[in-house]
Unconditional design. Structure first.
Length: 162
């Protein structure tokens, strides 16, 4: 992981930026706040397509997150080439997102910033964070469990500014 001065700038990326990446952003904000480390981070999310640009997080994901006590915020946006310079860590949800973001890279430094979310899982094992968009409620709950585990892993890996 690249060494950076605080705040750590983290971008979560999925396909449309309405389910997985905004949920990761919401969960990570919650985890960071619970640890009193809000000032250590700049957190955002984006998608690799602009189909949902400007939309809030998916209603089913939002309802599932609210049921677990999370505060819902944000609106969909597409990842920009400037994000590869502006963020210290770019976390992708699956292999397709990883390939799309890697295709935008113009330097070795940018490439080192990109990591699959599953590389941060601590207690769970998964090849990817599955897209729950076309599935049922159980898929949204499973994704949240994976994201909670990985967000804790990200926080443990990034040093405090103290």
């Amino acid at each position: 992981m690249p060494s950076t001065a605080s705040p750590h700038r983290i971008l979560f990326v999925c396909l449309g930026n309405i389910c997985r990446s905004p949920a990761a952003e919401i969960i990570f904000r919650h985890v960071v706040k619970a640890e009193g480390r809000e000032e250590d981070f700049k957190i955002d999310s984006a998608g690799t397509i602009d189909y949902h640009q400007g939309n809030p997080p998916d209603a089913r994901m939002s309802a599932t997150l609210k049921d677990k006590g999370y505060t819902i915020a944000g609106q969909s946006r597409i990842i920009l080439t400037s994000d590869l310079d502006d963020f210290d860590l770019i976390v992708t949800m699956d292999e397709c997102n990883l390939e799309e973001v890697q295709a935008m890279v113009s330097s070795d430094e940018q490439k080192t910033k990109i990591r699959p979310f599953v590389s941060f899982l601590q207690n769970m094992d998964a090849p990817r964070i599955p897209d729950p968009y076309h599935g049922g409620q159980k898929g949204f709950e499973e994704v949240i469990e994976l994201l909670e585990d990985g967000c804790e892993g990200i926080l443990k890996e990034l040093p405090s500014s103290e």
